[in-house]
Design a protein around this ligand. Structure first.
Ligand code: UDX
Ligand code: ADP
Length: 464
């Protein structure tokens, strides 16, 4: 059997690497239109792979050249494959109908058209990218109207539930694998083929099958529910700060109720990542197009609360630093949207940084996995080619935390990297302006220790 994956990104790369690792007899080819990305996947240096995920480079090096291949030859991989994963990006639309909410399906469409045009034998096409409900129907229409005679396509929905930073672990030991299909005999047969593939390492009872539309909607629903928990606890964090309650204690007390459970109740400066906001906005758009305005408004509020949380944190920083940060130096620790990834898409750090810059601060940014170029791109105004030189006057990206914090007035923690827990905070304090502030947006640091040193500490969801 041969598997092809179109799209060598955060989803396609790890997912199909794990398939190659678990199924040495299956040839897996991951293709992408971006030659730099493919070259990076073919690098022999772990740090040059295009994405950082704990454990991923070992699997790539084990399988690459054996039964795992990275290539720009999309057509050849399509021709040879029995199963084709479509794992391309589905960003939020920036213009046209549904602007700011709906998913832009142009990449899904072009990949699907390519499959239809190139394939000379029947294929199972697996929708892996997160897509709006009923996208499979559009894919089917494209495949059926553009394909050759006697070539049959069966479309399956197999949404990805991996979280970045734990992608390899999530793929090796998933809570569930979801496969949606049409309930036609051919659809069910294709569903069985994919279920058998996953059953090589996932217990059968965790491989769930259902209808196509339920499967597509389940992905959006799962992300909406997860994000809703974070927005709920973040809403409570504002009440905690105003009342003297402690959000950690409140979350702990609530999480002990077995109906609620303890996970995803960590208050924070706000959720980021490529999925939560995008998927909820997709759901909002879906509800609006179905003429369900109350439903749309309900989910929209989860995103609004997240925006409020990021803004609230930035405003608290200004307020605590005597209502002005003009010309003050602030060390911003963490730029990725969560620890153990170099991904910065929708990271709360970006919003916080932009607010602090607007107030006139000078930023020294440190993140163990994010490059200077990425930070500058994230801060650039949309549509503006490059204002890097101008940004460089107020933003420095450091490769050393102690250098980032030297002569700073405040340290702001935006990502929960483990290394921030074990810093030499006494050394940091000694080299900072006084009073020296720490703002912890991740409930990460040992507050008592920091206060003993002399820091003024402000933590999300607590009044100290
Ligand atoms: C998410 C889903 O978890 C995953 O199943 C789906 O496939 C893709 O979207 P991801 O965005 O990679 O995964 O990371 P996740 O661990 O869900 O974190 C998302 C954001 O929420 C991060 O910014 C994280 O810091 C934040 N978060 C998470 C909190 O603020 N509090 C929490 O309790 C948990
Ligand atoms: P995700 O987080 O969903 O994996 P990424 O943006 O990381 O999204 O990856 C998607 C990849 O899909 C990109 O590397 C992009 O170049 C690739 N891609 C988009 N359209 C096509 C296409 N038609 N054929 C091949 N690759 C594509």
């Amino acid at each position: 059997m041969k598997v092809c994956c179109i799209g060598a990104g955060y989803v396609g790369g790890p997912t199909c690497t794990v398939i190659a690792h678990k199924c040495p007899d299956i040839q897996v080819t991951i293709v992408d239109v971006n030659p730099e990305r493919i070259a990076a996947w073919n690098s022999d240096v772990a740090s040059e792979l295009p994405i950082y995920e704990p454990g991923l480079s070992d699997l790539v090096f084990e399988c690459r050249g054996r039964n795992l291949f990275f290539s720009t030859d999309v057509d050849k991989a399509i021709l040879e494959a029995d199963i084709i994963y479509v794992s391309v990006n589905t960003p939020t639309k920036h213009s046209g109908v549904g602007k700011g909410f709906a998913a832009d399906l142009c990449y899904v469409e072009s990949a699907t058209r390519r499959i239809a045009e190139v394939a000379t034998s029947s294929k199972i096409v697996v929708e892996k990218s997160t897509v709006p409900c009923r996208t499979a129907e559009s894919m089917r229409a494209i495949l059926e109207t553009n394909s050759r005679e006697n070539v049959r396509f069966d479309i399956l929905s197999n949404p990805e539930f991996l979280a970045e930073g734990t992608a390899v672990r999530d793929l090796l030991d998933p809570d569930r694998v979801l496969i949606g299909s049409l309930s036609t005999p051919e659809g069910l047969k294709a569903q069985r083929v994919l279920a058998d593939l996953y059953a090589r390492w996932v217990p059968r009872d965790r491989v769930i099958t259902m209808g196509l539309w339920s499967s597509e909607l389940s992905k959006l629903a799962a992300n909406a529910l997860l994000a809703q928990r974070i927005s709920s606890v973040n809403a409570l964090s504002a009440i905690c700060e105003a009342t003297g309650a402690d959000v950690d204690e409140v979350a702990y007390a609530c999480g002990l109720d077995s109906r609620i459970g303890p996970k995803f109740l960590k208050a924070s400066v706000g959720f980021g990542g490529s999925c939560f906001q995008k998927d909820i906005l997709n759901l909002v758009y879906l509800a609006e197009t179905l003429h369900l305005p109350q439903v749309a408004e309900y989910w929209r509020q989860v995103v609004s609360m997240n925006e409020y949380q990021k803004q609230r944190f930035a405003e608290r920083i200004v307020r605590c630093m005597f209502n002005t940060i003009t010309g003050k130096r602030i060390a911003l620790l963490g730029w990725a949207f969560k620890k153990d990834t170099g991904d910065t898409r929708e990271s709360a750090a970006i919003t916080v940084a932009k607010s602090l810059l607007q107030e006139g601060a000078k930023l020294h940014v440190y993140d163990p996995k994010v490059s200077r170029t990425r930070v500058m791109l994230d801060l650039a105004e949309p549509g503006v080619q490059s204002n890097e030189a101008k940004l460089g006057e107020t933003v420095a990206v450091c490769t050393d935390i102690y250098e980032a914090a030297a002569n700073a007035d405040a340290v702001v923690v935006c990502t929960e990297w483990d290394e921030f827990r074990t810093l030499d905070w006494q050394r940091i304090y000694n080299n900072m302006h006084k009073p020296a502030f720490v703002f912890d947006g991740r409930l990460l640091l040992d507050v008592a220790q920091l206060r003993e040193i002399g820091f003024r500490v402000e933590v999300i969801g607590k009044t100290l």
